[in-house]
Design a protein around this ligand. Structure first.
Ligand SMILES: Nc1ncnc2c1ncn2[C@@H]1O[C@H](COP(=O)(O)OP(=O)(O)OP(=O)(O)O)[C@@H](O)[C@H]1O
Ligand SMILES: [Mg+2]
Ligand SMILES: [Zn+2]
Length: 509
């Protein structure tokens, strides 16, 4: 008897259709084979499926069983096919009516006792089931919250059937069928101004540092990359960690994108997503940062999608690793080549970096620098190489004063965020939802018209700092953002002046 069931294989953050064909023959020696490019975890599926069926009140047929995972050309990774394989065997051995699983996909790993374990990628699978015209999808109960949150965010999809154990397959298509509904208790951000889920860290914690605060606000408002250069203990890391709290709250579609990444990476999803903040250590490999490995895993830049990637101690990162960031930064997605395929991950994030002014960290402002000049030059070359042209704002940070540290808390994130949201709204109208940092050279030309004195100031800056063409555009983009924060349609002299001050740290030696 031949049976077919439907399931999915996760590729990046999307799911592909997989059909499970099960052939059970009375003749010949009992045997159980799985074909169709299965990896090790899929092959081990045989043992799990055999035990789970026997321990869930069914009989494992003592016949020749052949399972084919189609299409054979698609690489099948992981244990998520267990449930669909077991269901196929139960149908082929006439222990389950085929009709019950008509139009119902299944995904889940089986434990030996028949419990259904969570698998990564439930959300992409629900989406794929929807696009493939399926009516239902059975998923591990442990990840059904993910589906429920996604539904609350507007995900259209098939009926989601959360299952705890294999024995519950008998309930599908009956009155006892479990189902998963959108959550009613989620506080959805109603508009761009809605606060969304609260952040744990608040900018009120940052004392003093008016220039740093201002740079954070401008960077958040225009989506500009930010490099902070300063001595240890000045508050650079503290500030970076609070950047997500002043960014506009995630819209429902963006929330879905963040959830999709979390789901595909198997990260637990408890509630509405916040803007991610990722801070990989400088020893991270290229694959760890941009994605890769075998099987292919999403990198930190994808985990930072719609949020912030913080590179602390930028000068310590491997140069080749930083180079690998360029293209993803430009394109908002990263594509990883494999022998048979390309796997794509989204990675639209804000880049924030911190560095000490020199290898010893004290820099010349403290007057205690003990570095040899060649080492300082090497270090500076590193900072100004690799990513410097992707970072619109460079700020010198000094130690906060004693008075500032004694003073009360600074302005809270919610207030800063209101100004950021207003500035982003202006950009969204002009650029169809994008930020100033994402303007093409042509758009920069079109939207950054300067008033007479502003143009003169930029020309003077051009000569004084030896701006490159790219540096010129960067100043223009940042000036545009400063004008947007100011509610000004035209870029004035003061906007250019501030933008010029944000692209150079205090004269290096
Ligand atoms: N401006 C500040 N306001 C409030 N606390 C501060 C400030 N600057 C430093 N601190 C305190 O000092 C600690 C260290 O700051 P932080 O880690 O941000 O320094 P850093 O500039 O990142 O230094 P490093 O170069 O060593 O990484 C903070 O956790 C905080 O307690
Ligand atoms: Mg730090
Ligand atoms: Zn030094």
């Amino acid at each position: 008897v031949l049976a077919t069931t439907r399931t999915f294989s996760l590729v990046g953050v999307t799911a592909r259709d997989v059909t499970v064909e099960v052939d059970v023959r009375q003749r010949g020696l009992p045997n159980f084979a799985i074909v169709g490019l299965p990896d090790q975890a899929v092959r081990e599926s045989r043992e799990r499926v055999r035990a789970a069926i026997g321990n869930s009140g069914f009989d494992f047929p003592q016949h020749r069983i052949t399972v084919n995972l189609a299409p054979a050309s698609l690489r099948k990774v992981g244990p998520s096919f267990d449930l669909a394989i077991a269901a196929g065997i139960l149908i082929a051995s006439e222990q389950l009516p085929a009709i019950a699983l008509d139009g119902c996909a299944l995904s889940g790993e089986l434990a030996l006792d028949g419990t259904i374990r969570p698998v990564p990628g439930t959300l992409p699978m629900v989406e794929r089931a929807h696009h493939g015209g399926l009516e239902k999808i059975a998923v591990p109960a442990a990840v059904s919250r993910e589906a429920a949150i996604a539904m609350s965010l507007g995900l259209e999809g098939p009926t989601v059937v959360p299952l705890d154990g294999l024995a519950q397959l008998e309930q599908i298509g009956t009155d006892a069928e479990p189902r998963c509904d959108p959550l009613s208790d989620l506080a959805l951000p109603s508009s761009a101004n809605g606060a969304g889920p609260a952040h744990e860290l608040d900018l009120a914690d940052l004392r003093g540092q008016p220039y740093l605060r201002r740079a954070l606000e401008i960077s958040a408002a225009g989506g500009h990359g930010l490099l902070m250069v300063g001595p240890p203990g000045a508050g650079k890391s503290l500030a970076a960690r609070r950047l997500p709290s002043i960014l506009p709250p995630l819209s429902p579609p963006d929330s879905l994108e963040v959830l999709r990444v979390a789901s595909a990476c198997g990260a637990p999803v408890e509630g509405l997503p916040r803007r991610p903040f990722r801070s990989p250590h400088h020893t991270i490999s290229k694959a760890g940062l941009v994605g890769g490995g075998s099987p292919v895993r999403a990198g930190e830049i994808t985990l930072a999608h719609r949020g912030v990637l913080f590179l602390d101690e930028l000068g310590e990162f491997d140069r080749a690793t930083l180079e690998a960031l360029r293209q993803p930064l430009e394109e908002g997605r990263v594509s990883i080549a494999r022998a048979r395929s390309r796997i794509e991950f989204p990675c639209r994030f804000m880049l924030v970096a911190a560095a000490n002014p020199c290898p010893c960290g004290r820099g010349e402002t403290d007057g205690e620098c003990s570095c040899v000049p060649t080492a300082v030059r090497r270090y500076e070359a590193k900072l100004s190489g690799a990513l410097a042209d992707r970072i619109d704002i460079v700020l010198g940070v000094e130690q906060p004063s004693a008075e500032a540290m004694e003073a009360g808390p600074g302005e809270p994130s919610a207030e800063v965020r209101e100004r950021v949201v207003a500035a982003r709204d202006r950009q969204a109208l002009r650029l169809g939802g994008r930020t100033n940092a994402e303007m093409s050279p042509a758009e920069t030309r079109a939207h950054c018209a300067l008033s007479g004195p502003a143009a003169a100031l930029l020309a003077a800056g051009h000569a004084r700092y030896g701006l490159s063409g790219r540096g010129h555009d960067r100043v223009a983009r940042v000036a545009r953002t400063i004008a947007d924060l100011d509610g000004a349609e035209r870029i004035e002299e003061r906007h250019v002046g501030e933008a010029l001050s944000l692209r150079r740290r205090p004269e290096a030696r």
